[in-house]
Design a protein around this ligand. Structure first.
Ligand SMILES: [Zn+2]
Length: 136
């Protein structure tokens, strides 16, 4: 993936992360000042670590998403972002725009879902479908 594209997805991911952090700031004493100090600076947000005690307050869905965001951000740094983790093919950019945390191309994702349905593992419910979940 080109640098310019990586930058674009990094921005998308950071916006998602920022949303979670802001939600967290509403829920906890997690100081918004801490956030403000780093506001606007992508690197600060990217490297902002949230401690376990606070993570437990934001709920399973966001905590899970946060983990995926950090993971995706790390892949951007490593420049491996955008490649399917299963087959190594580039993930369709449209898919990434809809789900910046996606780690699998649509073919592998579909295959994974099919095999999960077959074996019905608990793990299966926790994937990037979380991005679609706007139940709250
Ligand atoms: Zn794939």
């Amino acid at each position: 993936m080109k640098k310019r594209e990586l930058d674009k997805f990094q921005k998308l991911l950071l916006e998602e992360k920022k949303k979670i952090i802001q939600h967290l700031a509403d829920l906890t004493e997690f100081s918004e000042q801490e956030l403000e100090n780093g506001s606007g600076d992508a690197v600060d947000i990217a490297s902002l670590e949230i401690n376990q005690a606070n993570i437990s307050k934001i709920g399973k869905r966001e905590a899970y998403l946060l983990k995926k965001i950090d993971y995706a951000l790390k892949k951007i740094e490593d420049k491996t972002y955008g490649d399917c983790e299963n087959c190594g093919e580039p993930i369709n950019p449209k898919r990434l725009e809809a789900r910046p945390v996606a780690a699998l191309c649509i073919d592998c994702k579909t295959e994974q879902e099919n095999s999960e349905r077959r074996y019905s593992t608990r793990e299966s419910e926790e994937d990037d479908n979380y991005m679609d979940d706007s139940a709250d």
